[in-house]
Write a protein that binds this ligand. Structure first.
Ligand SMILES: [Zn+2]
Length: 313
């Protein structure tokens, strides 16, 4: 009897402790490259989780109930904003500013935003049977939202994550400072080696499959001739394909890049019978695992993918 009573008291004490413990602190990032930056700054402090599964498109995804829970319980949520991840917009509502980094809305980022390259607007001729979700409609807005491909914005995001985490846990200042410093010096070194790698490639023309790379290309001074489509879910129009084919015939491009997730037959059709190299660019760093070096590994991998096709290796 006494034994039973003791064990009941013990069980309720354990339960009370369990209930009072907060959920484990973590950073939740919408897409992998944002998780790369977070993993550097939160290294040794808290884990980072990614919402978009490998192989999914950043342009259309629906949150699962478990994702909603992750967002609600996160210590800090990092995303681009509703014009990229419209699937997140609703679940972010009500999240405190302290726990939310919306990159497109950061004061330091706004002046750096670049317009979308939709001079040749034939993607607007969407086929009737295309299923267009809200995020596509938003996506046809003004600015290119692939902000993680800008090393300048990448650094600003790192600084912002550092600031927000410092606010939440001032006692970890030394570690947070050291992590930011490490990230910044690695990034500076990587930029230097990418610039060296691209030195002889800056005038080589090429086409990319989807209009994701503008920030990267501007920063490192590459020479894109254009893209097949603004949104990988939407097939390029006939006019666009004709224009690309003409440029390829005139040998204004040495490479056409597809992506691991998107290997559309249309690229083979357009390049049929031509001596043109085909490469792959991965704008999300699908195969890279989270570590303090994952963002610079991602930039290096991407530059390597450009270089190997442009060089003809
Ligand atoms: Zn994209």
């Amino acid at each position: 009897m006494l034994l039973l009573k003791k064990s009941t008291i013990f069980t309720s004490a354990i339960l009370a402790i369990l209930i009072s413990l907060p959920a484990q602190a973590n950073v939740v990032a919408s897409i992998k490259p944002l998780g790369f930056i977070a993993a550097a700054i939160a290294d040794g402090i808290m884990p980072v989780e990614i919402l978009l599964p490998d192989g999914a498109s950043e342009h259309n995804y629906s949150l699962r109930p478990s994702d909603l829970k992750k967002i609600k319980n996160a210590t800090l949520v990092i995303w681009i904003g509703p014009k990229m991840e419209n699937f997140m917009a609703k679940s972010i509502t009500g999240l405190h500013d302290k726990k939310n980094i919306e990159i497109a809305n950061m004061q330091e980022v706004k002046p750096l935003l670049l317009k979308e390259n939709n001079l040749h607007n034939d993607e607007a001729l969407v086929p009737e049977n295309a299923t267009i979700n809200d995020s596509h409609q938003y996506y046809h807005g003004n600015f290119n939202m692939h902000l993680w491909l800008s090393p300048i914005i990448g650094r600003l995001v790192a600084i912002e994550i550092h600031e927000k985490l410092l606010e939440l846990m001032p006692e970890r200042k030394n570690k947070l400072d050291a992590n930011l410093q490490y990230f910044e010096s690695k990034l500076a070194n990587t930029n230097e080696s990418i610039n060296t790698q691209f030195k002889s490639l800056r005038n080589k023309g090429y086409f990319v499959f989807h209009d994701a790379y503008t920030y990267f290309e501007k920063y490192y001074g590459l020479s894109p001739r254009g893209h097949f489509t603004i949104n990988p879910e939407i097939q390029p129009g006939v006019q666009r394909l004709h224009q690309i084919r003409t440029q390829l015939v005139e040998q204004k491009a040495v490479c056409v890049f597809a992506e691991p997730q998107f290997r559309p037959a249309v690229i083979n059709v357009v390049t049929h019978g031509m001596q043109i190299r085909k490469g792959t660019l991965d704008p999300l760093g699908t195969n890279i695992s989270l570590s303090p070096d994952s963002y610079v590994n991602f930039l290096s991998q991407l530059s390597g993918q450009y270089a190997s096709c442009l060089n003809g290796e």
